[in-house]
Every structure is written in structure tokens, then in C-alpha cells.
Design a protein around this ligand. Structure first.
Ligand SMILES: NC(=O)c1ccc[n+]([C@@H]2O[C@H](COP(=O)([O-])OP(=O)(O)OC[C@H]3O[C@@H](n4cnc5c(N)ncnc54)[C@H](OP(=O)(O)O)[C@@H]3O)[C@@H](O)[C@H]2O)c1
Length: 254
């Protein structure tokens, strides 16, 4: 039965921020499930290394250097994917940035940079990709949010607000694009051991405080975020759209 398949053979995916951390794990996971993957971020060396890793394991991949805040580079990312693989089935809007800064100290341009990357780029890139997905009458978009979209953390206002906006954008896109056969969902991790969160987990006192707010008593590893993405990208999630799945060790139960 079509609806219970997890296999992504023949599918083409774009993963933003795919050079490291959670994005790298997602790119590798999609490739292991059979998808060809375009890996995008600004750091050429990192994305090329991930693409090479995929090719070495027998998969198909390209790396496209992209600054998601520059519109021409978004267009180039989609064009390169289409000219190489001929279609696009899955977009994972994973790239993000953040500053640890109180609302009183946060600069206006800092707020804008966070929103430009975490919300505006996800909207603009999705819109470009959706034109092709609509022709295909199918597509999956997965936005990576965070538990911080649901609960306020001191010093994380711009980031938390941007991810709450991305969660709402997920629902708006799901609503408008269902008519084209496109599903849009979000995956929200709790604190995960990557470079992004290193200032938190590398400080034993802060790490202890943070893990005391995770019922399962530890941080997530990047690979643990992948399953939810694969599920939502696959036929097993055929009738699920506009939803957020939190991969949080129970964080949001507190
Ligand atoms: N780690 C956590 O604790 C945690 C928890 C909850 C949610 N998340 C979410 O998970 C996602 C991945 O986080 P992570 O921890 O894996 O972060 P990471 O290791 O810092 O990776 C972030 C990625 O985003 C890319 N990026 C940032 N700005 C970009 C831009 N303007 N253009 C293109 N690429 C850009 C970076 O690549 P370049 O710098 O090379 O461009 C990098 O590959 C993010 O959406 C984050 O909000 C993370």
C-alpha cells in the first residue's frame, strides 16, 4: 500500500544548512533512504564533504554554495538542482542563525538577520521550489523549528520568535499549497549536540540546568532528529500536513 512506504528512491531533496550538525545528519539520512540530495550552505568545504560522503555510499548528491539571504543564490540553488536531477520532491528548510542576547541588549540588525535567515529565506526558497512541485503535483516541505517556538527562553527572543513564525508559516504554506499536492510540516528539536548549541552544552553548569528541563535527562544527538524528517518526507505521512513534531525527550511536557 502506497501510504505505508518509507523508501525515498527516485526522490530529489534539497537540504539547507546541510554541511554540518542536524542538516548534515538529515542529508545523509535522506540519501540512505534513496533520495538524491542537494546540500546547500555558505561553507563550500563542508557541503562538498557531505556530498562526497553521500556519493561514496552509492548515492547521488551535489553541493551548491548558497547564502540563503541573497535571492539570486536561492534561484541558483533551485536551478542547479533541477538541471542536475530534473525534479525536486523534498525541501528541508534547516539553516538558521541565532544570538544569545537579552531583549534590552539585542540590536535591531541582529533581530533582522535572525528573521531573514530563519523565516524570510524559508518562505522565499519554498516559494521557488513550489512552482516545480506544483507542476509535479506533489512535494514535501519540512521546516526545522525548535521547542523554543513554544516556550520562552531568556536571551533567545529573536530566535524563539523567528521559529514561532516559522511554525505558523508551516501552517500557512500547508493550507495554501495542499491544493497542489504539497505537504508542509515542521520538526522541532530540543537542545541537540551541534556547533550551534556548543555555548550551552560546553558549559557544565548551563548544560546541567538545561538537561534538568529534559525529562529524558540528556541532549539529543543530530541523528535522532532524522527519523521524524524521513517519516514526514515519505508516503507514510501522506495525509499529514501543517503539523509540528517535536523531537524533545519530553521537554514540552514540563
Ligand atoms: N542544535 C540545537 O540545539 C537545535 C535545537 C533546536 C533546533 N535547532 C535547529 O536545527 C537546525 C540546525 O541547527 P544545527 O544545530 O545543526 O546548527 P549548525 O550546526 O550551526 O548548522 C547551521 C547551518 O545553517 C547554515 N546557515 C546559516 N546561515 C546561513 C545562510 N545565510 N545561508 C546558508 N546557510 C546558512 C550553516 O552553514 P554556513 O554557515 O556554512 O552557511 C550551517 O550549515 C536549525 O534550524 C536550528 O534552529 C537546533
Amino acid at each position: 500500500m502506497e501510504g505505508v512506504k518509507f523508501d525515498l528512491t527516485g526522490k530529489v531533496a534539497i537540504v539547507t544548512g546541510g554541511g554540518k550538525g542536524i542538516g548534515r545528519a538529515i542529508a545523509l539520512g535522506l540519501a540512505e533512504s534513496g533520495a538524491a540530495v542537494t546540500v546547500a550552505a555558505r561553507s563550500q568545504q563542508e557541503i562538498e564533504a557531505v556530498a562526497e560522503e553521500i556519493i561514496k555510499m552509492g548515492g547521488k548528491s551535489i553541493a551548491v554554495v548558497t547564502d540563503l539571504t541573497i535571492n539570486e543564490q536561492l534561484e541558483n540553488l533551485v536551478q542547479k538542482t533541477l538541471s542536475t536531477f530534473g525534479r525536486v520532491d523534498i525541501l528541508v528548510n534547516n539553516a538558521a542563525r541565532s544570538f544569545l542576547r537579552s531583549l534590552l541588549d539585542l540590536r535591531e540588525d541582529g533581530w533582522d538577520k535572525v528573521f531573514d535567515t530563519n523565516v524570510k529565506a524559508a518562505w522565499l526558497l519554498s516559494r521557488l521550489v513550489v512552482r516545480k512541485m506544483a507542476e509535479q503535483k506533489s512535494g514535501q516541505i519540512i521546516n526545522i523549528t525548535t521547542v523554543g517556538a513554544e516556550k520562552a527562553e531568556a536571551g533567545m527572543a529573536a530566535y524563539g520568535c523567528s521559529k514561532a513564525a516559522l511554525k505558523m508559516l508551516t501552517r500557512c504554506m500547508a493550507r495554501e499549497w495542499a491544493a497542489y499536492g504539497i505537504r508542509v510540516n515542521a520538526v522541532g528539536p530540543t537542545l541537540t549536540r551541534t556547533e550551534f548549541s556548543k555555548p550551552i552544552w560546553s558549559n557544565p553548569e548551563i548544560a546541567k540546568l538545561v538537561t534538568s528541563n529534559i525529562p529524558m535527562g540528556r541532549l539529543a544527538e543530530p541523528e535522532e532528529i532524522v527519523g521524524a524528517v524521513l517519516f514526514l518526507a515519505s508516503g507514510a505521512a501522506n495525509f499529514i500536513t501543517g503539523q509540528s513534531i517535536y523531537v524533545d525527550g519530553g521537554s514540552l511536557t514540563l
